[in-house]
Design a protein around this ligand. Structure first.
Ligand SMILES: Nc1ncnc2c1ncn2[C@@H]1O[C@H](COP(=O)(O)OP(=O)(O)O)[C@@H](O)[C@H]1O
Ligand SMILES: Nc1ccn([C@@H]2O[C@H](COP(=O)(O)O)[C@@H](O)[C@H]2O)c(=O)n1
Length: 213
């Protein structure tokens, strides 16, 4: 019988370097080994709402996410079933019509700001990582990225940061650090931490293969 995939959670504030850390870890393995599931792709579908209404959503609040669907998909992957992963459009603030057909892999990394805030998600994770980066650096990185890649203006990024991102970070995200097994300062450029994570994953995989013999 095929063994269940291992689930690793990678969390941290917006702009902390979650995506960069996840990519650096994935780059050390073949494409067949690690599947990445982004919690952002599981923001609630808002296609029924006019664009102006979508702008009013607080995207840093736990209620913005469709964790039920995320959990259903993780259970499917744990049962070695494929899923149709949603695709999210940050410019339109809703899911796209497209989905991506993905098959389970030995290791699943679930990456997102609020993955440790839901007990059901916590229960599914074998390893929990918190990427810990100072707020000023996170804000600068977010500012650059959101203007370049997410179709935002300088003023809108600052306004959203002050009214939603910062308060929600302090209320919901920062407290989840206590559930992490590993805290990685600074994120994507922390090569020591990334190498340690890669060694741990290699160790898990070799044990899995031993048990499969
Ligand atoms: N160590 C770093 N130094 C400079 N820029 C970085 C660093 N890590 C990430 N970035 C940049 O900051 C932005 C946010 O990083 P990202 O990994 O997407 O964070 P998150 O997924 O936590 O929001 C991206 O544009 C990324 O290229
Ligand atoms: N329509 C949306 C959806 C999300 N956001 C912001 O994205 C952040 C999470 O993504 P990271 O890659 O930065 O972790 C979150 O802080 C939301 O504010 C958005 O601006 N618009």
């Amino acid at each position: 019988m095929k063994r269940k995939p291992v689930i690793i959670g990678v969390t941290g504030g917006s702009g902390s370097g979650k995506t960069s850390v996840t990519k650096s870890i994935c780059d050390k393995f073949s494409d067949k080994t690690i599947l990445v599931i982004e919690q952002d792709y599981y923001y609630k579908d808002q296609s029924h709402l006019p664009f102006e209404e979508r702008l009013k959503t607080n995207y840093d609040h736990p209620l913005a996410f469709d964790n039920d669907l995320l959990i259903e998909h993780l259970h499917d992957l744990l049962d070695n079933k494929s899923i149709n992963k949603p695709v999210y459009d940050y410019k339109l603030h809703t899911r796209s019509n497209k989905t991506i057909f993905v098959e389970p892999k030995d290791v699943i990394i679930i990456e997102g700001i609020l993955i440790l805030d839901d007990q059901r998600l916590l229960n599914l994770m074998d390893i929990k990582v918190f990427v810990d980066t100072d707020p000023d650096l996170r804000m600068i990185r977010r500012l650059r990225r959101d203007i370049k890649e997410r179709g935002r203006s300088l003023d809108s990024v600052i306004e959203q940061y002050l009214t939603e991102v910062r308060p929600s970070h302090l209320q919901f995200i920062e407290p989840t650090k206590r559930y992490a097994d590993i805290i990685i300062p600074e994120g994507g450029e922390n090569h020591v931490a990334i190498d340690l994570m890669a060694s741990k994953i290699e160790n898990i995989l070799s044990k899995k293969h031993e048990n499969n013999k």
